[in-house]
Design a protein around this ligand. Structure first.
Ligand code: MSP
Length: 649
C-alpha cells in the first residue's frame, strides 16, 4: 500500500538581506513537523526556498554594482548555510529564478488570462516599495502609511493587468469562517471584516516600472507581480505546469503552509483565489504564527547581529536554539526574544530538566551496577504513575503536532521529564543503593527512568535532531528500540540494558557571564536598559512550587464596558469578555485610568479568585497591574491579538 503523504512548506524567503533568527522560527518549526511525520511513517515533502524577484532586489543589486542574479546567488548561499547549520531536512529547495518555475509561472499567468480572470487595466494607487504591495486609500494606516510596515507609500500609476478576485469572495469567506483552514481560527473574522466585507478588490498582478521579474509572455514589458510569482512556488516545486518534477498528483494539496502573520493575507485570500481560478484543490491548513520580537519590534536584519543564530548556535548548540524558539512561540502570538530568557530556558529545561535526568540516571546505573542493569526486578510505589504518563505521552504529542501547536507538544514532553525527575526524588535511588536487599527495586527504578528517557528522547528527536542521538547512546537505546511505534510503549529497552556515560549534553550556562559576553559581541547594538534608577523592587515573597502556581488561573479578557464605582475614588467597575460568558470585575485603578482608557483593551485577570464585594459592588476576579516608579499601578496589557479567555502560563 502507498504511504500516506504529508506536504509542508515554509514561505520562500526574500534574499534581500542576510537571514536572521526571525527567519529561523518557521523553518525550524516546519522541519520539526516534517521530521515528526517522517518518524510516523509518512512520505513527506518539505519545501523551502527563496523568493528572488522584485524591485527591492533590483535596487539592492544596483547599489552593490552587481546583477540581481549575482546578488541573490550570494544571499541564497547564506540561507542555505544557515539551514544546514540548523540541521534543516528540507526535501526540496525552490528558487523563483529557477527556469522551470519561471516557465510555469508564465503558463499560470496565461491560463488565468485565457480564462478571463486576468484583464488589462490601469493602476493608480499607493505603493509600498519595501513590501512590494499596492494599497488602496482605505487600507493605509492612520498616518497614511503602509498598513504592514508603516513606512511611506508613494502614488503610483501604471498600465497593469488585474486579477478578478470578487468571483471568489463568497467561497473564501466560507473557507475562512466555516473550515479549519486558518489556524488560529480567531484571525478569520478579522480577515473577513478587513478585506472581504468591504468588497474584495481586484488585484494588480503585473508591473512595468522595473525589469527584475518574470515577463508576461503575451506582453513582455510587464513582469508578473512578485506575490503571484512567489505563491505559485508551492505548486511549481511539485511539477505543476512543468517537467522538472512529477509530484503534483502525489503531494498536492499541501497539508500545512506555515507563515508569519504579516503574510497571512496573501495566503488566506490571494492564494486560495488563485487556486480557485485555476480550478485546483485548496491547501488543507494555513498555520499563522506571530513574530519573534526584540524590544517590541519585529526582529529584522537590522537587529540580526543582536541575535545572530550562528553566534548563538556556536555557544549553546543549534538544538538549544531550535528548542528555545519553538518552546517560546505559541501559534498566532508574538514572542519577545531576549538572550536572558533564552539562557534561563536552556538552563531550566535542558540543563536542569532533561540533561540532569539523563546524567543522574546513567551515573547511578554505572555506579550501582557497573553500567548493566541486572534482570531481577521489584515493582514499587510511584512506578505506575510514571509509566502511565510516559506511555500516554505519544498520543498527546501527536495531537499537538497535528494542530501545529509545537510549543504545546514540547511542553507535554517536558512535563514527563519533570515527572521523571520527581520520581527520582520520590524513590531516592541513592538510599536503595546502600542496601543490598533493595537491589532489585533499584534496578526497577533505574529501568523505569531509562525507558522513560527513551520515550521522551524519541519524541523529542524531530525537534532536536542533533542532540537526541547522544541521549540514545548514553541510555543504551540502539536503533531497534528507537521508533515511533516503540515511543507508544513502555518496557522496550532490554532488561539488562547497558548505559554509556558520556559528555554532559546540556551544560549549565553561567547567566551573568554569558550576558556580559554576548553584550560585548553585540557592542553598540545592545538593548538599552530601562531607567531603573528610581525604583527599588520590593522583597521577594517566600518560594512556592509550580503546583502552587498552577492553582492561579490567569486569563486574557477584553474590557467591554467600564465606569467609576459611585462613592469611591479608587474603584472602577469593568465588564469583561473573558471568552467564557463574561464577568464583572472591580479594580482599584481609578486614580490612574479613566474608563475610556480601558474600553476595548485586553487585560489579564486572576480569574479564579473568590468573588468579593467592594463598596457594595461584586467583583469576580482581579485585573493584573504592576507597581510603577511613581508609586501608582500600571495595568499589564498583553499582546492585543490574544483571544479572550486565553490562559496565561
Ligand atoms: N517572500 C515573502 C514570502 C513569500 S511566500 C509565498 C516574504 N519573505 S520574507 O523573507 O520577508 O519573510 C518570510 C517569512 O519570515 C515571513 O513569514 C515573515 O513574517 C517571517 N519572518 C521574518 N521576520 C520574522 C520574525 N522576526 N519573526 C517571525 N517570523 C519572521 O515575506
Amino acid at each position: 500500500m502507498d504511504k500516506k503523504t504529508f506536504y509542508i512548506t515554509t514561505p520562500i524567503y526574500y534574499p534581500s538581506g542576510n537571514p536572521h533568527i526571525g527567519h529561523c522560527y518557521t523553518t525550524v518549526a516546519c522541519d520539526s513537523l516534517a521530521r515528526y511525520k517522517r518518524m510516523q511513517g509518512y512520505d513527506v515533502m518539505f519545501l523551502t526556498g527563496t523568493d528572488e524577484h522584485g524591485q527591492k532586489i533590483e535596487e539592492k543589486a544596483k547599489d552593490a554594482g552587481i546583477t540581481p542574479k549575482e546578488y541573490v546567488d550570494e544571499k541564497v548561499a547564506k540561507f542555505k548555510k544557515l539551514w544546514s547549520y540548523m540541521n534543516i531536512s528540507y526535501d526540496r529547495y525552490i528558487r523563483t529564478t529557477d527556469d522551470y518555475h519561471v516557465k510555469a509561472v508564465q503558463t499560470i499567468f496565461s491560463r488565468l488570462y485565457e480564462k478571463g480572470y486576468i484583464y488589462k487595466g490601469e493602476y493608480t494607487g499607493k505603493y509600498c516599495t519595501p513590501c512590494e504591495s499596492f494599497w488602496t486609500e482605505s487600507q493605509l494606516d492612520e498616518n497614511g502609511c503602509c498598513p504592514e510596515c508603516h513606512r511611506e507609500v508613494k502614488e503610483a500609476k501604471e498600465e497593469a493587468y488585474f486579477f478578478k478576485m470578487s468571483p471568489f469572495a463568497e467561497r473564501i469567506e466560507r473557507l475562512l469562517l466555516d473550515t479549519d483552514y486558518l489556524r488560529p481560527k480567531y484571525r478569520a473574522q478579522e480577515l473577513v471584516n478587513n478585506f472581504i466585507k468591504p468588497g474584495l478588490e481586484d488585484l494588480c498582478v503585473s508591473r512595468t516600472s522595473f525589469k527584475w521579474g518574470i515577463p508576461v509572455t503575451f506582453d513582455e514589458k510587464h513582469v508578473v507581480y512578485v506575490w503571484i510569482d512567489a505563491l505559485s512556488n508551492y505548486i511549481t516545486a511539485l511539477g505543476f505546469e512543468n517537467d522538472a518534477y512529477d509530484d503534483y498528483k502525489k503531494y498536492w494539496p499541501a497539508d500545512v503552509h506555515m507563515v508569519a502573520k504579516d503574510i497571512m493575507r496573501f495566503h488566506a485570500i490571494i492564494w486560495p483565489a488563485m487556486l480557485m481560478a485555476l480550478d485546483e484543490p485548496l491547501p488543507k491548513h494555513l498555520a499563522v504564527h506571530g513574530w519573534i520580537t526584540f524590544n517590541g519590534q519585529k526582529m529584522s536584519k537590522s537587529l540580526g547581529n543582536v541575535v545572530d543564530p550562528f553566534i548563538l548556535g556556536e555557544r549553546y548548540g543549534a538544538d538549544a536554539i531550535r528548542y528555545h524558539i519553538m518552546r517560546e512561540m505559541a501559534l498566532g502570538a508574538d514572542s519577545s526574544f531576549s538572550n536572558e530568557i533564552m539562557i534561563n530556558r536552556i538552563n531550566s529545561d535542558l540543563a536542569n530538566g532533561l540533561g540532569n535526568l539523563v546524567s543522574r540516571t546513567v551515573a547511578m546505573a554505572d555506579k550501582y551496577f557497573g553500567g548493566t542493569l541486572p534482570a531481577e526486578r521489584e515493582a514499587g510505589e510511584f512506578d505506575d504513575e510514571l509509566i502511565a504518563e510516559a506511555t500516554a505521552l505519544r498520543a498527546k504529542v501527536d495531537g499537538f503536532v497535528d494542530e501545529t501547536q509545537i510549543n504545546n507538544a514540547l511542553a507535554e514532553i517536558f512535563k514527563v521529564v519533570s515527572r521523571a525527575n520527581k520520581y527520582i526524588d520520590e524513590t531516592a535511588p541513592w538510599v536503595l543503593g546502600k542496601d543490598e536487599s533493595k537491589k532489585a527495586r533499584l534496578a526497577s527504578v533505574l529501568y523505569n527512568l531509562l525507558d522513560t528517557i527513551r520515550i521522551v528522547s524519541t519524541l523529542l528527536s524531530p525537534f532536536m535532531p542533533t542532540d537526541m542521538p547522544k541521549v540514545f547512546e548514553q541510555i543504551g537505546a540502539d536503533e531497534g528500540t528507537i521508533s515511533y511505534e516503540n515511543a507508544g510503549k513502555f518496557g522496550v529497552l532490554p532488561a539488562n540494558v547497558t548505559v554509556h556515560r558520556g559528555e554532559i549534553i546540556f551544560p549549565r550556562i553561567d547567566v551573568d557571564k554569558e550576558i556580559d559576553e554576548l553584550n560585548k559581541i553585540i557592542g553598540d547594538n545592545a538593548p538599552k536598559a530601562d531607567d531603573n534608577d528610581a525604583f527599588t523592587p520590593p522583597g521577594l515573597l517566600p518560594e512556592i512550587t509550580i503546583d502552587d502556581f498552577a492553582k492561579i488561573d490567569i486569563r486574557v479578557a477584553q474590557v467591554k464596558e467600564c465606569e467609576k464605582v459611585k462613592k469611591s475614588k479608587k474603584l472602577l467597575c469593568l465588564q469583561l469578555d473573558d471568552g467564557m460568558g463574561g464577568r464583572q470585575v472591580v479594580s482599584g485603578i481609578a486614580e490612574w485610568y479613566k474608563p475610556e482608557d480601558l474600553i476595548g483593551k485586553k487585560v489579564m485577570i486572576i480569574a479564579n479568585l473568590k468573588p468579593v464585594k467592594l463598596c457594595g459592588v461584586e467583583s469576580n476576579g482581579m485585573i493584573c497591574a504592576a507597581d510603577n516608579k511613581d508609586g501608582g499601578a500600571t495595568v499589564i496589557f498583553p499582546d492585543q491579538s490574544l483571544p479572550n479567555g486565553a490562559k496565561v502560563r
